[in-house]
Design a protein around this ligand. Structure first.
Ligand code: PLP
Length: 398
């Protein structure tokens, strides 16, 4: 993060291609498009990069998560295990599917732990919506094992993790279906956009159909084909897809730059007594978008954040107090405030969200500092940032 780090003529060219055809719609109108199919090209690019058999672009990452849930058959009254540390879209997607979120513990991977899932799973649990937080994969071996053991469908919200791999396999390919986001803050952006991937043809067809009002997209004439299911409008426009396409062509550069700069900064923090790092189940597959580290206590983490701000070190997030990503900040979830009634209002929540105790997650997030890494920093700049952070941490921990 953030998107648009490498942005310029390539994106402009792709967008102008679309504007020049006057065809902004991803389906039909072959006579206008002069051979331009930007959404399809974006899908091919992501499929190539991730190794997925099927990729389908949609209007947002949130839409992509909704499509993965629909394709996995998650609906009314189904209990779905989710993490308490994620972007809100994960929880909303479950609620708007008519399903019921069950919060389980994360660990120092910053993702749901196999143990957390095992403890939260009941007879009623149907699926796990796993979130790969902050650009790196969860503990996939442990999690796949518990999903088999408990007969749970695994779905991946990889909204923050395009570019992350686990033992050579892209996130999003470990379960039934996986979702990515191209919103403004993600490693590559489309302005707004998202995409799902899967290796399973039937799942792909369901999700594809769901993303466009139930059109099956069989044959070349959308509108004349059968409509096997209901769906909704989650289509991406050709304009957004064009930006996403140009961005996707840069992802290897972005990942390489971020990994390089992350290593430089991490090196400066190594050996400071009291600093420990996020556990990465596969460090080789890290996309490098964030450096996450822990201080010994919440109090020390808070002190460090204040001092880092005084020292003018930008870009450090203290997730627990300042950000929108932990359940403590989610009064609207805890109270289930919604503009219109949700299934959960009628069925009842599977947990008492207002008084939920998640001590392990609390201990992890309360001590967590997180630095967004840019690919475009020079080695010198990254070194200076690392040095400045190290100085503050030594002072706080000394
Ligand atoms: C960003 C994000 C989303 C939603 O993506 P949008 O494109 O903003 O709708 C979903 N899940 C996670 C984990 C995210 O970080």
């Amino acid at each position: 993060m953030p998107g648009t780090e490498l942005f310029g003529d390539e994106e402009r060219k792709e967008v102008m291609d679309v504007l020049n055809t006057t065809c902004l719609f991803r389906y039909n109108h072959e006579e206008l498009r002069q051979g331009m199919w930007k959404a399809r090209e974006l899908e091919a690019e992501v499929a190539r990069y991730t190794g997925a058999k099927y990729a389908h672009a949609v209007s947002s990452g949130s839409a992509a998560v909704a499509c993965t849930l629909a394709a996995a058959g998650i609906g009314h009254g189904d209990e779905v295990i989710v993490p308490p540390f994620t972007f809100m879209a994960t929880i909303e997607a479950v609620l708007y599917a008519g399903a019921l979120p069950v919060f389980a513990e994360i660990d120092e991977t910053l993702c749901l732990s196999a143990e957390g899932i095992r403890q939260a799973a009941t007879e009623k649990t149907k699926a796990v919506l796993l979130v790969h937080m902050c650009g790196a994969a969860a503990d996939m071996e442990g999690i796949q094992e518990v999903c088999v053991e408990k007969n749970l469908v695994l779905i991946e919200d990889a909204g923050q993790a395009l570019g992350a791999f686990y033992k050579g396999k892209s996130v999003g390919l470990f379960g039934a279906c996986g979702a990515f986001s191209f919103d403004f803050f993600k490693i590559t952006t489309a302005g707004e956009g998202g995409l799902f991937i899967t290796n399973d043809e039937a799942t792909y067809k369901k999700a594809d159909t769901f993303s466009d009002h139930g059109h099956s997209h069989v044959g070349d004439n959308r509108g004349m084909e059968p409509h096997p299911y209901l769906g909704f409008n989650y289509r991406i426009s050709e304009l957004n897809a064009a930006v996403g396409l140009a961005q996707m062509r840069k992802i290897k550069l972005l990942v390489a730059g971020k990994r390089k700069n992350k290593a430089i900064i991490k090196d400066k923090l190594q050996g400071i007594d009291g600093v420990t790092f996020r556990h990465l189940p596969d460090a080789e597959g890290d996309s490098g978008t964030f450096l996450n580290f822990f201080l010994p206590t919440t109090e020390l983490a808070q002190q460090a954040v204040a001092k880092l701000a005084d020292a003018g070190v930008g870009g450090i997030n203290y997730w627990y107090t300042n950000m929108y990503h932990f359940i403590n900040q989610w009064d609207h979830v805890k109270k289930l405030s919604s503009a219109a009634p949700l299934a959960i209002h009628h069925l009842g929540a599977p947990q008492d969200y207002q008084h939920l105790e998640l001590p392990k997650s609390q201990a992890v997030v309360g001590r967590l500092l997180s630095l967004g890494i840019r690919a475009t920093w020079t080695d010198t700049e990254a070194g200076q940032i690392g040095e400045a952070i190290a100085n503050v941490l030594r002072e706080v921990l000394g």
